[in-house]
Design a binder for this molecule. Structure first.
Ligand SMILES: Cc1ncc(COP(=O)(O)O)c(C=O)c1O
Length: 427
């Protein structure tokens, strides 16, 4: 096992014994989170579905495991120098919690966009040993500042995923699943950001014995599919623009170390649309009483997004985190409705004359169609004026008749297609 200061190389893979060592280090630190059977998802998948509830860790995500395993492995001299990290969320909480517990000073670099609630949570977990530095607009800015600071003060930078000790720590989730289930599951579904958890799960499952191996499936958000891109290219690549909605897993470039392990030990990596993740978050909340953040809902989303599992198979999905800001639910509901085909946007050219709107309501809207947005500014010097109209349908099948009535109305109506710049501006 390399020391924390070593720069890891993919040629130096860890084994299940390293995950065992991490589990021993973490025994009195992490909560042995519940593994719960879920009837609803079992019916949906035609299998026996279990959820590993890492949203119930003290920092509300599994990230504590890797951070603690890494920092607890530092020598006394390295600890005395303090540690540094950059993060916009869960990694920072894991580092802050660990440092308070071990009495190690830490400086945590957060981008300016980090919500106040998250800053306060990190500060509360980190206590007096933690200094929060808000630097730059993006995670990359914060990362640059943290790297520079670590170099200046001769401190260790705690990596969020790309290190053997972090991977081994994250792998303890999968190890625990096997202990709790009493056997290796048929399928283990894990979220993928930089690849730390997926790599760790792959390693933990790698010595379960012939025939006893779980099929490990990694799940990425479609808007930030950096592991898929890396697997296709044969090496990590840096994505250009990414959709950062699934913030925990929206990573531009996966790790060099994690990539090698995922390539060799993870059976498949699939992508799921952000809208489907939103639907899963709402169902977990409303049907199961589980608060999952977007990254925390990725693995469960695979079940409704084409993951094929053998009938009756034992499937474990890792619910990896529950740090969701309540202010995000508006966007979650919106993206879910669009994904389900229930919410649509149009630009309607209304003649600027009395009765035009009434005609639209009477002749175009169906009984179950609900206007959720209407923006119109009357301009007296024009004959027609466009209005932006959002319509929510009762069921998806109402769309075709609505479009047919629009065609027949004689009005010029443009549908804003999901994914167009105008649509992205709205949603
Ligand atoms: C809740 C949650 N799930 C999944 C991930 C992705 O993790 P990894 O970088 O280990 O692939 C993260 C990363 O921060 C996370 O916070």
């Amino acid at each position: 096992m390399p020391r924390p200061m070593d720069t890891s190389s993919p040629a130096d893979p860890i084994t299940a014994a390293d995950v065992d060592a991490a589990a021993a280090r973490l025994r009195d630190v992490v909560v042995r989170t519940p593994l719960e059977h879920n009837e609803r998802l079992s019916e949906l998948a035609g299998a026996e579905v279990w959820l590993k509830r890492e949203d119930l860790q003290p920092v509300r995500s599994y990230k504590l495991r890797g951070a603690y395993n890494f920092i607890a492995s530092l020598g006394a001299g390295e600890r005395a120098q303090g540690v540094v990290c950059a993060s916009a969320g869960n990694h920072a909480q894991g580092v802050a919690y660990t440092c308070r517990r071990l009495g190690v000073e830490c400086r945590i670099y957060l981008p300016r966009t980090t919500p106040r609630q998250k800053r306060e949570q990190i500060a509360a977990l980190g206590g007096t040993v933690t200094t929060i530095v808000v630097e730059g607009h993006t995670y990359d800015d914060a990362q640059e500042a943290a790297t520079e600071q670590a170099r200046r003060q001769g401190s260790v930078l705690v990596p969020p995923f790309d290190h053997p000790l972090v991977v081994a720590g994250q792998g303890t989730v999968a190890r625990e699943v096997v202990e709790q289930l009493g056997r290796v599951p048929d399928v283990l579904v894990v979220p993928v950001g930089g690849g730390g958890l997926a790599a760790g799960a792959g390693v933990a499952m790698s010595d379960a014995g012939p025939g006893a191996r779980a099929r490990v499936v990694g799940v990425e958000p479609a808007g930030a599919a950096s592991m898929r891109a890396a697997l296709d290219a044969g090496e990590p690549v840096t994505l250009g623009a990414i959709d950062s909605f699934v913030d925990g897993a929206a990573v531009r470039r996966v790790g060099a170390y994690t990539f090698g392990l995922v390539r060799d030990l993870v059976d498949e990596v699939m992508t799921v649309p952000e809208g489907a993740v939103c639907t899963t978050m709402l169902q977990l909340y409303q049907r199961d009483g589980i608060i999952a953040e977007p990254a925390g809902a990725l693995a469960v989303t695979a079940l409704s997004s084409g993951l094929a599992v053998p009938a009756g198979a034992t499937v474990v999905c890792i619910v990896s985190g529950g740090n969701n800001d309540v202010s995000r639910y508006g966007e979650v509901v919106e993206r879910s409705l669009v994904h389900e085909g229930l919410k649509h946007y149009f630009l309607v050219e209304f003649p600027q004359e009395p009765g035009a709107l009434r005609g639209f309501l009477d002749n175009v809207l169906g009984a179950g169609d609900d206007i959720t947005l209407f923006e119109y500014v009357k301009k007296n010097n024009r004959e027609i004026g466009p209005a932006l109209v959002g319509i929510e349908l009762a069921v998806q099948a109402d769309l075709e008749p609505l479009l047919a009535r629009m065609d027949a109305s004689g009005l010029h109506i443009e549908r804003l297609s999901a994914g167009s710049p105008a649509f992205r501006f709205l949603v």
